[in-house]
Design a protein around this ligand. Structure first.
Ligand code: UD1
Ligand code: CA
Length: 502
């Protein structure tokens, strides 16, 4: 997101993620809950990476296997420190430093469940820490409700004196609105020695990382608290209500950025998007749209209302209305929907059209070709400027294997065709409505694959006598007979033509 790397690379960033997250009431570890395309932990790692640390250490404990497996996937450079017992944040950081014994320079400590922290703020924390030559710099925040959080206690001169946990705080201290975000920059060597001197002499009987601040200050080292520019960046996630609020905040932040870059978002409250989604200039996002993964919306394209796109590329000036698209490529000026389902491997050329109630999978549909109505196109290649008749099915599955069909360019297929794969329809060919195409149609040919129609005259009046249908038929026959009688009176030639038609 940012290119503003800190002026000094930290020796290590330590991310605390051993806690259980009981209040999530989940089988999934808290830090693995998803938020706009990344896990909570994934967001923290993304911010940490902007600092380009020499070591990235994640402290794992609860549901450790799941967290480690996730890290292997998203951050193979991370090393993990195992904290077998949750003995406090100070204990957790000590575990972390044990796995990187050679670390020198600055050590940054982050919480694995604080996903809105930006790389900019983190960079500012590290830069301020270095500029002041501090032993410890804590990121603080003035919050509307500090309940449960550690308070920033300042001395008469406004300097940081200590961090006091809610449970250990006096009534006066509890009235302080400036809190400890849990994020710090430390002088690594001083941190390492201070951690050895932590006690468990507090209300929770734990080793508090926060006590390091007062210890270092007591030894005469400079410490300070840097207030975050926006307290919301420091919000943690303890339950699913907080998770939903964080998601809305992140959504707002992402959409604001895209709107300022030139995208129209008609109703930001009903649009959800992942962090890696890209929106073009003059693109319009209508209400009730979800954009996931690596979805890219091109310049001037319109998406929505009511569409969900995952890892889908929408070309310039294309429109997508009430559609579900997964790993599809939609060409420039193409139109999709309403009520279309594009599955993986769908590639639509420029100005191609996928209309109402059409499903497409693993198919290439060339420039300006159309599948306008009620069809399934699976495993097909369709050339340019071709039209597929309404209610057609590419019969791609023989019960064991999938097969591919090819339709050329400038082809016109009739409505209600079955293309039984593998089959090829050549350039410029036509097919008749209602055909089951099992054999190739050569270029320019008309493929007809249906039985001839036969009418059994008078069948309804004979076999369904007394029904409203029979009565209607009788009336129609009487009217026709009368008309024919009048007509024959005028021109006996009509009798001959009627006979020829039999
Ligand atoms: C901590 C801070 C508090 C701060 C708050 C911000 C301490 C003593 N208190 O409180 O000042 O306002 O964070 O959210 O540091 N963790 C471990 N191992 C442990 C304990 C915790 O990895 O043994 C991890 C947790 O998973 C979590 C983070 O450390 O990611 C913070 O732990 P938590 O229990 O939430 O600390 P708080 O009591 O909220
Ligand atoms: Ca917490």
């Amino acid at each position: 997101m940012t290119s503003a790397a800190a002026s000094v690379r930290p020796g290590a960033v330590v991310i605390l993620a051993a806690g259980e997250g009981t209040r999530m009431r989940s089988n999934t570890p808290k830090v693995l809950h998803p938020l706009c395309g990344r896990t909570l932990l994934g967001h923290v790692i993304a911010a940490a990476r902007a600092l380009e640390p020499e070591h990235l250490v994640v402290v794992v404990g609860h549901a450790r296997d799941a967290v480690v497996a996730h890290l292997t996937e998203i951050a193979p450079e991370a090393v993990t420190a195992h904290q077998t017992e949750l003995l406090g944040t100070g204990n957790a950081v000590r575990r972390a430093l044990e796995v990187v014994p050679d670390v020198v320079g600055t050590v940054v400590v982050l919480n694995g469940d604080v996903p809105l922290l930006t790389a900019e703020t983190l960079t500012e924390l590290v830069d301020t820490h270095h500029a002041a030559g501090n032993a410890a710099t804590v990121l603080s925040a003035a919050v509307p409700d500090p309940t449960g959080l550690g308070r920033i206690v300042r001395d008469a001169g406004g300097g940081l004196a200590a961090i006091v946990e809610q449970r250990d705080a006096t009534p006066d201290q509890r009235a302080i609105a400036e809190i400890n975000s849990g994020m710090f920059a430390f002088d690594g060597a001083l941190l390492r020695t201070a951690l050895k001197r932590l006690t468990t002499d507090n209300a929770q009987g734990q080793e508090y990382l926060t006590d390091v601040v007062a210890l270092l200050r007591g030894e005469g080292h400079p410490v300070d608290a840097l207030p975050a520019p926006d307290y919301r960046e420091t919000l943690g996630c303890n339950d699913r209500v907080e998770l939903s609020r964080l998601r809305a905040l992140l959504r707002d932040r992402l959409l604001e950025r895209w709107m300022r870059a030139g995208t129209t978002v008609v109703d930001p409250a009903t649009v959800w998007l992942d962090v890696d989604v890209q929106l073009g200039r003059d693109a319009v996002i209508h209400p009730n749209v979800q954009l996931h993964g690596a979805t890219v919306i091109g310049d001037g394209a319109e998406v929505g209302p009511d569409s969900t796109l995952t890892d889908t590329v929408v070309g310039e000036m294309a429109t997508v209305v009430r559609a579900q698209c997964d790993r599809a490529e939609i060409g420039p000026e193409a139109t999709v929907g309403p009520f279309a389902f594009l599955r993986p491997g769908t590639v639509l050329g420029r100005k191609a059209k996928i209309g109402a109630y059409v499903e497409v999978k693993n198919s290439d549909i060339g420039e300006a070709s159309k599948v306008p109505h009620l069809s399934y196109v699976g495993d097909a290649t369709i050339g340019e400027h071709s039209n597929i008749g309404a209610a057609s099915v590419f019969v791609n599955y023989d019960g064991v294997e999938k097969h591919r069909s090819t339709i050329g360019s400038h082809v016109r297929t009739g409505s209600d065709n079955m293309f039984v794969a593998p089959v090829t329809v050549g350039d410029g060919a036509y097919t008749a409505a209602g055909s089951v195409i099992t054999e190739d149609v050569s270029p320019g040919a008309l493929g007809v694959a249906r039985s001839r129609q036969r009418n059994i005259e008078g069948w309804v009046e004979r076999r369904r006598a007394g029904t409203p249908a029979a009565e209607a038929a009788a009336r129609a026959r009487a009217a026709a007979d009368q008309a024919t009688g009048l007509a024959t009176g005028d021109d006996p030639a009509d009798e001959r033509s009627a006979g020829e038609n039999e």
